[in-house]
Design a protein around this ligand. Structure first.
Ligand code: PRX
Length: 680
């Protein structure tokens, strides 16, 4: 064990294996200014005080009407928070800050070409722009409270503006990650039944201006095939006044937002006072089946939870400049770029492009220029920045007091580079474990109260009680060194309410396995199953081992193996497809795809390329397999089940594929191994 505060990593330290105890401590300066510096907070949030403890988070918001019931458990596991309360999320993120913060920057928008000036959108300007777009959505597109609006946009200030405009009207936004294909957006539009698509003509990434409008045309066409008519496509222009997409507008359906907005100048829209339990948004995420599921988040519970966790775990103060380098198209961006920081009246950074273009100094230049002091990113970004420019951070004069890592397990040596080189030994790090479904952080150290341990997320956050169960639902004691299913004992306000349109799947996937009594109205009988394997150390810290279902985490992006397999199966020659997670130095894990062909077909004629392109078209370039192996047959059990475990061992270069004697076709294993391992 070592207390390595303010030193550079030694050889010996680098040699410490993951799993050994190694603690780092926050500095006295950090502790002195922290929002959460009193251990008694954990007593206030003990299970004894549950659920009333979460009033403290809800009281961070403005309520039009205070709630009567903090937690309603009458229809388990469909928990209801702050029942009877009414509020508006856009009012809480914008209007209420005007008296004190009118001229303060709400959003710093950093465009990709570095010579394009940074836009500093003040709270006053945000107020005007959200109102104008809300008026357009309501009066031009006919959007009303409860309607779903799909937003398929890149990282520009107009994205949070569009989200907040929906929230102002009480409409439910469904943001689709900009890098997803038009077809993936269509699937989500159809599922949510949304008739309005908000998009942008183009955006910059890696020095190129990408046509984004062409995806909207695909979305509308694909949605039509499934019986959904998209009434309106609202196209923002990345460069107002000049067209940057060659894809033409479709008369009567598409409209240029920047032009139309002139008619709504200075129009204001009263924020609609919404019941706390109404949905704020849907966020589609991958699960074990091929169909993405729409995690439905509430207005009151979600907003309370992200405000509270941003305050205590991001340690956000009104004077901070906060940069979460994620994409708003994922849950991290919703909670910790948009809703958490804006609910607290802080300044948040939205940046376009990638961290390593034009070079690996870009994040540090942005941090220096804006005076960012709280920085939030993923292990994949850290690995990439370390590889591309290990010495870069030292060249810039920025100072972080706090840094976050999220989305995937971080290797201790990557953690140490983050701590010593990016954080310059001055910043605390929180490794926050959570999920799309959970709305906000579930496990993390409290930055001023707990020592940091590289590679471990930390204990449950305030009011959240993790537990690790074995196969049979018995608790695995902390410190036993055994791994199991990570679950949460109790509900919390940020928890999603259901899967849009599929409540049975919600119960089945997350609660059925460890439920003790299906008739029970006691929340204690309904632990939430996260889908991750984990170990709890003696100190209570949780180490995440990764997904235990058919989900893979590629560069922090969550993808369903079945979705990729279905995309491969859309190529006519492909008979069977199996995706496994292969370890990758930069991205954590990447998909490896194994396919077998229908009889009579042979590999050739660019088949591998066509399969790869099918995956990109159906999903996104982020899902593109690292390698595609066309194999004579899949290793199968006698009942015909593909043994993915064996393929995963081969992909990860393991000599030990385990027992193959029970396979129907054991001989194929060596053939596949020779093909796959020979290919690298
Ligand atoms: O496997 C866990 C991993 O990311 C999954 C959730 O992905 P998503 O819903 O896309 O949300 C990502 C951002 C919260 C989890 O089931 N994961 C998330 N955070 C961590 C993590 N794995 C290890 N350490 C983390 N801090």
């Amino acid at each position: 064990m070592a207390d390595q505060n303010h030193v550079t990593p030694s050889e010996a330290e680098i040699a410490v294996h993951w799993g050994e105890e190694e603690y780092y401590h926050p500095s006295p300066e950090f502790i002195a200014q922290a929002n959460l510096a009193d251990r008694k907070a954990y007593e206030r949030f003990s299970l004894e005080h549950f659920p009333e403890c979460f009033k403290e988070y809800a009281d961070l918001l403005d309520w039009d009407r205070y709630w009567e019931t903090t937690l309603d458990t009458s229809n388990p596991p469909f928990w209801k928070w702050f029942v009877g309360g009414r509020l508006n999320a856009a009012h809480n993120c914008v209007d209420r800050h005007l008296p004190r913060h009118r001229n303060k920057t709400a959003i710093h928008f950093v465009p990709e070409p570095e010579d394009e000036p940074i836009q500093h959108v003040t709270y006053q300007e945000l107020y005007l722009r959200v109102n104008e777009f809300a008026a357009l959505l309501r009066d031009f597109a006919g959007v009303e409270a409860g309607d779903r609006v799909t937003i398929h946009m890149p990282m520009v200030a107009e994205l949070p503006i569009a989200m907040l405009a929906c929230a102002r009207l009480g409409a439910i936004h469904s943001v689709v990650f900009g890098g997803f294909s038009g077809k993936a957006a269509a699937e989500r539009m159809v599922d949510s039944g949304s008739r309005v698509l908000v998009t942008m003509d183009a955006y910059y990434r890696n020095g190129k201006l990408l046509d984004h409008k062409e995806k909207a045309d695909v979305t509308v066409a694909e949605a039509a095939k499934e019986g959904l008519t998209v009434d309106k496509v609202l196209v923002w222009q990345r460069h107002p006044g000049r067209t940057s997409s060659p894809t033409p507008l479709v008369e009567g359906r598409d409209v240029l937002v920047n032009d139309l907005l002139k008619e709504y100048r200075h129009r204001t829209v009263e924020p609609v006072s919404m019941p706390a339990e109404d949905p704020l948004f849907l966020m589609y995420t991958s699960g074990s089946t091929g169909k993405p599921k729409g995690a439905q988040h509430s207005i009151g519970g979600y907003l309370s939870y992200v405000a509270g966790t941003t305050k205590y775990y991001q340690d956000l103060h009104p004077e901070d400049v906060y940069w979460c380098m994620a994409d708003i198209g994922w849950i991290t961006g919703h909670s910790y770029i948009v809703y958490g920081p804006l609910a607290l009246g802080a300044s948040t950074v939205v940046y376009e492009g990638v961290p390593t273009y034009p070079d690996a100094g870009r994040p540090w230049r942005i941090a220096e220029e804006l005076g960012v002091n709280i920085f939030h990113t993923s292990p994949t970004a850290i690995r990439g920045l370390r590889k591309a420019g290990p010495e870069e951070p030292g060249k810039y004069h920025y100072h972080f007091k706090h840094m976050t890592t999220v989305g995937e397990p971080i290797e201790p040596d990557v953690w140490r580079w983050y701590y010593h080189v990016v954080g310059k030994g001055e910043a605390v790090i929180v490794d926050t474990w959570w999920q799309t479904e959970t709305g906000g952080f579930l496990c993390s150290t409290a930055p001023a109260l707990h020592a940091m341990k590289p590679g471990s997320a930390g204990p449950g956050v305030l009011g959240v009680y993790p537990v690790v169960f074995d196969e049979n639902g018995n608790e695995i004691p902390a410190g036993s060194g055994r791994a199991g299913y990570l679950c949460i004992r109790n509900p919390w306000p940020g928890q999603f309410q259901t899967i849009w349109g599929d409540p049975d799947r919600y119960v089945r996937t997350y609660f059925a396995r460890f439920n003790k009594d299906p008739g029970s109205q006691d929340w204690r009988d309904w632990p939430y199953m996260a889908g991750d394997g984990a170990m709890q150390a003696e100190d209570g810290y949780i180490r995440i081992l990764g997904r235990i279902d058919d989900v893979i985490n590629v560069a922090g992006h969550r993808l369903g193996t079945k979705e990729i397999e279905n995309a491969a199966l859309s190529v006519p020659e492909v008979a069977e497809a199996a995706v496994v997670a292969a370890r990758d130095e930069l991205k954590g894990t990447v998909p490896d795809l194994y396919v077998s062909l229908h009889p009579g077909y042979e590999a050739g004629d660019g088949l591998v390329k066509r399969i790869s392109e099918a995956v990109v078209k159906e999903i996104s370039p982020i899902a593109r397999p690292r390698s595609i192996h066309i194999v004579p047959d899949m290793p199968k059990t006698r009942s015909g089940k593909i043994m993915r475990r064996i393929l995963a061992a081969i992909s990860n270069g393991s000599d030990d594929v385990g027992d193959v004697t029970t396979l129907a076709n054991p001989e194929v294993v060596e053939t596949i191994r020779a093909m796959a391992q020979g290919a690298r």
